[in-house]
Design a protein. Structure first.
Length: 244
């Protein structure tokens, strides 16, 4: 087909102006997608000590372990939040992103302490979904492991197996150099459920005789992450603590 000077001019325009502009726009779009943060919510941060309060709860990114990698936390509320975490497989807990509720009442003055959760977790890595419960003096740490993946284990030695608070637990007693640690490891694996926390506390007081009438302090819930190579997503879809 015979091409006129006008045709050649338009073709040249496509090569010299239009094509580079299209390529530039495509590159910018790709950059925007790959550079997007791991969160797109009411709040988010990549600071290792980031915290955010909502509805009487406080969320913490809490990247505290040696050799920890990057981690970003996001939240729409205290009951809908999560993290993207990229932790190396070098052993040892790297972080404990969590939502915390303060109670501040002696356990023998409480009629009920319950909590519910629903989470979405990766199939790989090394971590556990866990409550970390403290007395007000931080002398006694009570961990409730709901599910675990990979080579992770509790502090201390196995003591007994007990049905308590709605779950069957392997119970461990230990010391981390700063406080007592009592770990209750679910013999099953739960990504949703309700836990009777007061039952656990009263068993520690009245059956095991490991604690007294302590004041219940912080009830924390999240993940102890040991490794999550390449970056993995952990999400809380619902969470609440109720007491009276």
């Amino acid at each position: 087909m015979l091409r006129t000077p006008l045709d050649r001019g338009i073709t040249g325009l496509k090569r010299t102006i239009i094509a580079p502009v299209v390529a530039l726009l495509a590159a910018c779009l790709a950059l925007a997608v790959t550079a997007a943060p791991a969160y797109a919510a009411a709040w988010g941060s990549s600071d290792r000590w980031a915290s955010w309060s909502d509805g009487g709860y406080t969320l913490y990114n809490d990247v505290w372990g040696d050799g920890a990698g990057p981690q970003s936390i996001w939240a729409n509320s205290y009951s809908n939040w999560g993290v993207w975490s990229d932790q190396p497989d070098t052993g040892g807990v790297k972080s404990y992103p969590n939502a915390t509720k303060w109670v501040g009442t002696p356990i023998n003055s409480l009629n009920s302490v319950t909590s519910g959760f629903t989470v979405s977790v990766p199939s790989g890595g090394a971590y556990e979904t866990a409550y970390d419960i403290w007395d007000s003096s931080n002398s006694n740490e009570i961990m409730l492991w709901l599910n675990q993946t990979g080579p992770v284990g509790p502090i201390g030695s196995y003591v007994t197996t007990v049905w308590l608070g709605g779950y069957n637990w392997n119970v461990y007693k230990g010391w981390n150099g700063a406080n007592n640690v009592y770990s209750f490891v679910n013999t099953g694996s739960s990504t949703s459920g309700t836990v009777n926390i007061l039952d656990v506390m009263r068993w520690l007081e009245n059956s095991a005789h490991w604690i007294g009438n302590v004041t219940l302090g912080n009830v924390q819930f999240g993940w102890e992450i040991t490794s999550s190579g390449g970056g993995m997503n952990f999400q809380t879809n619902s969470y609440w603590v109720s007491y009276n």
